[in-house]
Design a protein around this ligand. Sequence first.
Ligand code: SF4
Ligand code: SF4
Length: 319
Amino acid sequence: MHDVYQLIKNSDFPVIFRDELKCIQINMGYRCNQSCVHCHVNAGPNRNEMMDRKTVNEIINFISKNNIDKIDITGGAPELNPYFTYLIEKSKKLGCHVIDRSNLTVLLEPGMNSLVNFLKKYNVEIIASLPCYSSENVNQQRGKGVFEKSICALIKLNNIGYGINKKLPLNLVYNPQGDNLPGNQKLLENQYKSYLYKKYKIKFNRLYTITNMPISRFGSYLISKGKFHTYMNLLKNTSNTDHLNNVMCKTLISIDYKGYVYDCDFNQMLNMGISGRKKLHISKLSIQDLYKKSIKTGEHCYGCIAGNGSSCEGNLKND
Ligand code: SF4
Ligand code: SF4
């Protein structure tokens, strides 16, 4: 893999500051049952880095002490972590809204039979990747047979009320196939809804469009194709500073599988610790360390303000 950090570390990206902390994004480890081309985590079946129970308890402690009301669980495929259900049970007891960022196919893996009912029991919101409604495009980006399995998983979720019952939100994530920006989110959502319902009777709530970040596997792919600078120019030339008020790092922190804290998941992948403290652990973090503090930025940050803006919950345009 090419080292993207050297290309993004020096940047003219505007200085931005944190607001109130509203969400903790927890990366439970890099193991995944897939190895997608665009993956900014470089996850895959051979990765062994996984969050342990001690770290989960340290996170629970932070949530409890600071009245955090939302957690967003990610990976890899977070469902493969043995403490995934433990984290959900504990944080639900503390009144948190919980999001599972699922790749869908993991729900069909051996040993995962009871998982969907567990997620339903705790009203866990599911945000699931489905980068296109065409089988060919999905399989090309995410691997052979992934589209067909994703459809099976969506049907399974609809069958227990996800995407239908208000308490069981099911949102999908679109990201472009390559080095272009996502199209209009609302338009794409309508296209997805119409196609998936007509063809498979599948229902879901929202579609979130997310820009591919020029880091990790996708960044390395761009470098090897000689397209890194062209893609960076696209992000910069289409950037809109109005989005700076809404970038997700203003209100969330990202925690790695060892419990270290970052301004966002992308910075975690670049090993860019929160400003001035390269390796601050969640067990040592006080919420006062964050409020109004500057955010560590780099050239990749243009990915969040290019075009219609991008965050883990879709574009920043509020449409
Ligand atoms: S993009 Fe998601 S599903 Fe694909 S390898 Fe990365 S973590 Fe796994
Ligand atoms: S990449 Fe991370 S730090 Fe940079 S603007 Fe986006 S969310 Fe904020």
